[in-house]
Design a protein around this ligand. Structure first.
Ligand code: SAM
Ligand code: MD0
Ligand code: SF4
Length: 351
């Protein structure tokens, strides 16, 4: 019975892959409502009504890779790309901090200019934001060599984000062309050994089966990451997957709720990068507890999956998001509240 599986997950925080599959196969109706309400109960028990908030600073959209799903893949010629200076990145992070945002997510494509000379530019940017601003930092720079993780931690990053997208090896290899599945999986472990919190993530609607989704949720939930996410794939013009039929958000919402039941005291994003601000409420109601991809307008900044949606009209701005959270009976967490989460969950450094 589905109700028994939900109740087992709520009580124990554990499910077999078959049971995850059972929940990912829910079609709708009361079962789905029960799944979401169990996820909300677990979240509220662990975190109360506070929701964490992350600003998104996509500081270089140049990339040497050719992921088939991504707008910024190297073969997508003639698109508008940009690279922010260190000063601009510091400035943007400072304005996020002043506005009450908990973290600056410093994200880039695998930009050779950032990687040259032992990743000097990347490390300098992280240090500058850490030393001059003091906001918490997530680094999302793509796959790194093993020895880089302690340097990223020393530069001042709290988090390292790197999404496997799927734990189906074959599918991974067809999406992340010429990238190593094992190397990308190891990134998360190496980061945690260096004392960084790690984030893993899955995408939905890439051609995976329901079984693949269940296995991916199981793998992500057993790796020990402090944050796990699911995002629906948004087809991108100029890419090999441009004609894929987009999914609605149902599968993502189910994944968020199941991840919540299996990762009770962890962070699970509601990304504004899939449906814009229209997607906030449903994701929070499925058990998410951090709003990501808040992007200030008028700064010539892009999202990843939705590079324009709701940015210039201010709907992904801090004020708008805070207001929506209040309307839903939640409130954005203070930086002290966020830091106490980090201190409780930061992995012990062994490397
Ligand atoms: N370049 C780094 C990397 O690949 O790890 C960091 C940035 S990358 C653009 C961040 C994530 O965005 C990807 O891992 C993927 O999960 C997500 N993403 C990229 N394109 C997307 C799309 N079209 N729809 C939904 N999510 C997407
Ligand atoms: C987001 N667009 O938060 C961002 C991105 C990278 N660490 C995160 C996928 O949804
Ligand atoms: Fe580059 Fe990341 Fe896009 Fe892949 S997902 S093409 S690594 S920016």
């Amino acid at each position: 019975m589905i109700a028994d599986t939900i109740s087992k997950a709520e009580k124990t925080g554990k499910l077999s892959t078959d049971e995850i599959f059972e929940l990912m196969s829910i079609k709708g109706g009361q079962d789905l409502e029960d799944l979401y309400s169990a996820a909300r109960r677990v979240r509220d028990r662990e975190f109360g009504k506070k929701i964490f908030t992350y600003g998104f600073v996509y500081f270089s959209t140049y990339c040497k890779n050719n992921c088939t799903f991504c707008y910024y893949r190297t073969s997508n010629k003639g698109i508008d790309r940009y690279r922010k200076t260190k000063e601009e990145i510091v400035e943007l992070s400072a304005s996020l901090q002043d506005a009450g945002i908990n973290l600056s997510d410093l994200t880039m494509g695998e930009d050779p200019l950032m990687y040259k000379d032992g990743y000097a530019n990347l490390l300098e940017i992280i240090s500058a934001v850490h030393d001059e601003v003091g906001i918490n930092i997530m680094a999302s720079p793509g796959a790194l060599p093993h020895e880089m993780f302690s340097k990223v931690r020393d530069a001042g990053a709290d988090w390292y984000a790197c999404y496997q997208e799927t734990y189906n090896r074959q599918l991974f290899e067809s999406l992340r062309v010429n990238q190593s599945y094992d190397d990308r999986r190891n990134q998360k472990t190496w980061a945690m050994e260096a004392g960084l919190l790690a984030e893993d993530g899955m995408m939905i609607g890439l051609g995976e089966t329901v079984r693949d989704r269940a296995e991916t949720i199981q793998e992500m939930s057993s790796l020990g990451c402090g944050q796990v996410r699911a995002m629906t794939f948004v087809p991108q013009v100029g890419t090999p997957m441009q004609d894929f039929t987009p999914y609605d958000s149902t599968e993502e919402l189910k994944a968020i709720a199941i991840m919540r039941l299996l990762n009770q005291d962890k962070l699970i994003p509601c990304s504004l990068d899939v449906e814009g601000i229209a997607g906030l409420k449903t994701r929070i109601n499925a058990g998410a507890n951090v709003v990501t991809s808040i992007v200030p307008p008028s700064q010539h900044l892009a999202g990843v999956a939705q590079h324009e949606l709701d940015i210039e009209n201010g709907n992904r701005s801090v004020e708008h998001v805070f207001e929506m959270l209040e309307d839903m009976g939640h409130h954005h967490a203070s930086s002290a509240e966020y830091r106490s989460f980090l201190e409780a969950h930061r992995p012990k450094r062994v490397a």
